[in-house]
Design a protein around this ligand. Sequence first.
Ligand code: SF4
Ligand code: SF4
Length: 393
Amino acid sequence: MGSLDWEVSALGLGCMRLPQRRLNRLRADTDASIQLIRHAIDLGVNYLDTAWLYHLGDSEKILGQALGDGYRERVRVATKLPMFLVRKTEDFDKYLDAQLERLQTDHVDVYLFHAMNGGQFEKVKRLGLVEKLDEAKSKGLIRHTGFSFHDTLPIFKGIVDYYDWDVAQIQYNYMDTGIQATTEGLTYAHSKGIAVVVMEPLKGGRLANPPAEALDIMRASGNGRTPVDWALQFLWNRPAVAVVLSGMGTQQMVDQNCASADRSGINSLGDEDMRVIAQLTEVYRKRELVPCTACEYCMPCPEGVDIPGCFAILNNASGEQRRWSRWQIIRRYRRLAGSREKLDRENPNGNAAMCVQCGKCLPKCPQQIDIPNELAKAHAILAHRGKIQDYYG
Ligand code: SF4
Ligand code: SF4
């Protein structure tokens, strides 16, 4: 764990994809989430990551409840300052105080600036927010500091060099080695003694649901690894990775990922394994039209558009040659609401045509996707049978 003298589990629990409520998928189901969190801890997971924004605020509150009955002492808790809600220096105290209350704890083990990019970095400097980190540390409210990151390598290095961080949380998986912080950023932070915590190890679940071509490659390798295991082992193989966060929505996922973690090891993958991963990367890359990770930070859209849902359908449509599959994909898109009367306000289900291009979602997307523009293309392809190559070259 970088310079920290911590025995952390290889697998951490990311509390942004807890079991959802049946009637509102943006909110978390309290009882099922508490059970799942405690189950993960009982299996050895000891690093838990949440944020002000996750599940519209449910995540921190539920984690606070789950960590009763002695569970708090068994884990390290990380949470994040909601950077894009911070307007003035005093907001730091406002959010941290509320987060400690939600989490029912007197300290946070790692306090991170959430979704740092070039713009948020300027805000950190302008408002003197690292001084606030020092102040909170001296009061014992936070033990260690960090930032989560979504921007380019030069900005990542600038942030790394700006302060004496303990943790950097980056998006990294076998498809994203060359974007955002990149492999170079990962090793750069590691070389400075910063613990690198990986998020989006499955690229929002996409690496867990491979297309047929990728499944064939995995089968041909003959080692019986599941798609998820391939993706996780790729990360644990790297010496610079401290913890891999996984947002696990079912106890079965927890069981499977813990079993994978038990088999993990630095430098445990051989040349043949890396060749398989390179082939898988190529297959996915051919199919990715919009790099949406389904994080849902852009949700809810005020017009009820199911933004990640539209992009998932579009990405599934790309490269799909079989007529039957294409028809199924278009049918999935048609099931989304195309008019206000059919909208479900609790569970945003609108199709891309419901977007009024207000742009409110744009600053929230860590992948910097031009959401309204991409939605317009998605609708042209999925509703009007536009040719993918006409929109994506
Ligand atoms: S631009 Fe479109 S998708 Fe984004 S918030 Fe506005 S209506 Fe929703
Ligand atoms: S569009 Fe951006 S913010 Fe919305 S779910 Fe996808 S990656 Fe997340």
